[in-house]
Design a protein around this ligand. Sequence first.
Ligand code: NI
Length: 256
Amino acid sequence: MLVDTHCHLGDERFDDDRSQVVGRARDAGVGHVVVIADTLAATTRAIELANEHGLSATAGVHPHAATSWTPRVAQAIEQAVGDPTVVAIGEAGLDYYYDNSPREVQRKVFAAQLELAARRDLPIVVHSRDADDDMVALLEDSDATVVLHSFSSGNDVLQAGLDRGCYISFSGMVTFRNWRNVDAVRAVASDRILVETDAPYLAPVPYRGQRNEPAFVARVAAKVAELRGVVVAELARQTTANAARCFGPRVTLQPN
Ligand code: NI
């Protein structure tokens, strides 16, 4: 059994066939999907879908939407955390590549969500792009359990993540011909590695360029296993045990 630890199942690209997507995941041995939110509206939607399909949800605001963070939104996210389907805060973080929100706002909103995660004893799913120095500084300031999602950062973030015991999650990017971070895939301890799709984005080879979906996490697992020199059954066992330790036992439930 595999767990897709990061899927934007609420994305409109799944509106026409969401139930089939969940069914195909189940048929492919993907036992569970963590439905990721990136805004308050997406948080509400993720919880709805998690309840409907027997999955898990996150609650949080992405750096792209950091300017949407108001006291009212903060309070609504805090309230959403009380839903039994919510297993993590996020996705939250820093994105200095797109800079869709001012950087100081991104830092403030990320820090607030790190504080929320630590206080509510939930992991936080972290997005980091072209913001290595500030990411390292903010992570070192926090006690929260952290998942570095779709890891593709530089060596400083990797080292900081390894040192503070972050979970590190790999996506379909590991199957791309131009993937340069093989050392990172090998450096993560076997009790800290996770796999994800980031669907509908980042479809793995041979689906690159198409809509991604949770069933394809099997391709990610196969490539990560190959790069780490373990059989895929062992990688599946490790990553599923890690997902359950990180997010809690809910992520071992079968979807319906
Ligand atoms: Ni994402």
